[in-house]
Design a binder for this molecule. Structure first.
Ligand SMILES: NC(=O)c1ccc[n+]([C@@H]2O[C@H](COP(=O)([O-])OP(=O)(O)OC[C@H]3O[C@@H](n4cnc5c(N)ncnc54)[C@H](OP(=O)(O)O)[C@@H]3O)[C@@H](O)[C@H]2O)c1
Length: 283
């Protein structure tokens, strides 16, 4: 299966049954998708973890996941990125939800020193036919669950979507819309750097108009070539982007401004629950 339009996406695969994976899976189930989920162990063990939080999700092995999924979300700590069964993902639409987060991942030199975005490094290390898209990495798992809204809600939050494969971006953007957020196509994977930890948009809960304004201020936006016409039209065909958002505002106590980026709650192995700010400091 490989969906090209939202209507084709019926089945969502999630690799990683932790905080981010479970939150996205719950949104996908609420939107009416079938959900298959894999973690690092056998499906029976994954089922023990998911049967309470995700009783209707189907546990499978990581190897089986792409065959039963239109879109696969990768929600594992980045330090595991080279150990995933990516040979099975050739030709598939795969969403990189991962962040380089040293308090959890330790120091990964290639992500410390590279000028490229983390998703470009991942793309270059996985089979070239994997159709990689970056999104959902810049919203905390609790906000994925709590801030989802139906299309048209005045306090609907925007999520950036980046990818080099424009059809895959359009498909994933439609899934983002389904899951309760306004997708904003921000361009290629290189532009996804603007969604990484430490950047203004990381953890920011903005409406689409504010999100686009923030993207417009990023160096990635200024550095890249003008988008080809096909790129623009694909994005503008998205259902939620056809709505008039000129009156979208952030209500008091509603969408938080970028300057007040919330902390992400991360569970570091063997360290218990901690709250990590965008500066990487954890308590
Ligand atoms: N937490 C957030 O709010 C948030 C928000 C956005 C993005 N992210 C990103 O999402 C990723 C996951 O974060 P998290 O907080 O959800 O982590 P987490 O709660 O620690 O969960 C990690 C999950 O990944 C699984 N896993 C680890 N290695 C695996 C492998 N080789 N194959 C398959 N599954 C594997 C683990 O399964 P086992 O237990 O079986 O090992 C576990 O289910 C990170 O890159 C993080 O930066 C997190």
């Amino acid at each position: 299966m490989s969906g090209e339009r939202a209507a084709d996406v019926r089945s969502i695969g999630i690799i990683g049954a932790g905080k981010a994976g479970v939150a996205i899976a719950r949104r996908a189930l609420a939107a009416g998708h079938r959900v298959h989920i894999a973690a690092s162990g056998p499906p029976r063990r994954t089922g023990l973890v998911t049967r309470v939080l995700l009783p209707t999700a189907v546990p499978v092995s990581a190897e089986e996941l792409p065959a039963v999924s239109d879109v696969v979300f990768v929600c594992v700590p980045l330090r595991h990125w080279r150990t995933l069964p990516t040979e099975k993902w050739r030709g598939r639409i795969v969403v990189d939800v991962m962040n380089y987060w040293p308090p959890v991942d330790g120091i990964l030199p290639e992500f410390e020193t590279a000028a490229r975005s983390s998703s470009e490094i991942v793309r270059d290390g996985w089979p070239s036919s994997v159709r990689l898209v970056k999104t959902f990495n810049h919203i905390g798992y609790h906000d994925t669950e709590e801030r989802a809204r139906p299309a048209g809600a005045p306090d609907r939050v925007a999520l950036g979507v980046a990818g080099d494969d424009r059809a895959a971006v359009a498909t994933v953007a439609a899934v983002v819309d389904d899951l309760g957020f306004d997708p904003v196509d921000i361009g290629p994977l290189s532009a996804g750097a603007a969604l990484q930890p430490g950047r203004e948009l990381f953890g920011a809960l903005l409406g689409r108009t504010e999100f686009r304004a923030a993207i417009g201020r990023t160096p990635e936006h200024h550095d890249r070539d003008p988008r080809p016409a096909a790129h623009v039209s694909a994005a503008e065909r998205l259902p939620s982007q056809e709505r008039d958002t000129s009156n979208m505002t952030s209500p008091p106590g509603g969408i938080r401004p970028a300057q007040a980026s919330p902390a992400f709650v991360m569970l570091a192995p063997n360290e218990g629950m901690g709250v990590c700010g965008v500066d990487g400091e954890c308590s």
